[in-house]
Design a protein around this ligand. Structure first.
Ligand SMILES: O=C(O)[C@@H](CO)OP(=O)(O)O
Length: 247
């Protein structure tokens, strides 16, 4: 039996301001730092240890990982960054307030933009100064790989090659891995691992900074999964994420 630990980054400044974030590279809030430290303490106290860590190229996930590993006295572990673990790109919604957007376009439209499997939010123009495609961290991407918007299906399509080519082989080789990523890149992975339907995935929300453990069989099929920590607090945190786009 293998174990895989997934952690959504701690609260970010735009989580706090309730803004659509996507590939915008915002930092953790002090609460977010506290959550990441608590995740490390919890993992350590429950006897978890890792051989390699994976994260995105965004600082809210990277710093979450650093704080978590620091608490575990594992800052020396190899850390692999991939843009494929980035948050789902939020297109032209990036930077807008979720509540104000719900008041303007309605809760139903915002739910489609936030959670539908295959309807992307309106795209950014490549000429828009908010577009990240020209940032040096994306210089090695092939033309067309840096998105202008993404639905969850697009995120699944770009996360899976990284799962298949990096994470799954590492797990099979006996490496204990931890992944610090984002609400929707984790939803993409969970959808694939648990074979969740396009309809059901709409209702799945990942809370900030709480380790999600997957136990996998020899074929990397999930046997069970669970969050570490207080289940009532975790359910409340997931419900709060679901409510962010309601007017
Ligand atoms: O804004 C975002 O990029 C994500 C995660 O914070 O939000 P949502 O839960 O609306 O997908």
């Amino acid at each position: 039996m293998y174990k895989l630990v997934l952690i959504r980054h701690g609260e970010s400044t735009w989580n706090l301001e309730n803004r659509f974030t996507g590939w915008a590279d915002v930092d953790l809030t002090p609460t977010g730092v506290t959550q990441a430290i608590a995740a490390g303490k919890l993992l350590k106290s429950e006897g978890y240890d890792f051989d390699v860590a994976y994260t995105s190229v965004l600082k809210r996930a990277t710093r979450t990982l650093w704080h978590t590993l620091d608490e575990m006295d594992r800052t020396w572990l190899p850390v692999v960054h991939s843009w494929r673990l980035n948050e789902r790109h939020y297109g032209a919604l990036q930077g807008l307030n979720k509540l104000e957007t719900a008041k303007k376009y309605g809760d139903a439209q915002v739910l489609v933009w936030r959670r539908s499997y295959d309807t992307p939010p309106p795209a950014l123009a490549a000429s828009d100064e908010r577009w990240e495609g020209k940032d040096p961290r994306y210089a090695r991407l092939k033309p067309g790989e840096a998105p202008l918007t993404e639905c969850l299906k697009d995120t699944v399509d770009r996360v899976l090659p990284f799962w298949n080519e990096a994470m799954a082989p590492a797990i099979r080789a006996g490496k204990r891995i931890v992944v610090a990523a984002h609400g929707n890149s984790i939803r993409a992975l969970v959808k694939y691992l648990d074979n969740i339907s396009d309809q059901e995935i709409v209702g799945l929300n990942i809370p900030n900074g709480i380790p999600l453990v997957y136990e996998l069989d020899a074929d990397l099929k999930p046997l069970r999964h669970y969050y570490l920590g207080d289940s009532a607090a975790i359910a409340k945190a997931a419900a709060a994420v679901a409510a962010q786009g309601k007017s």
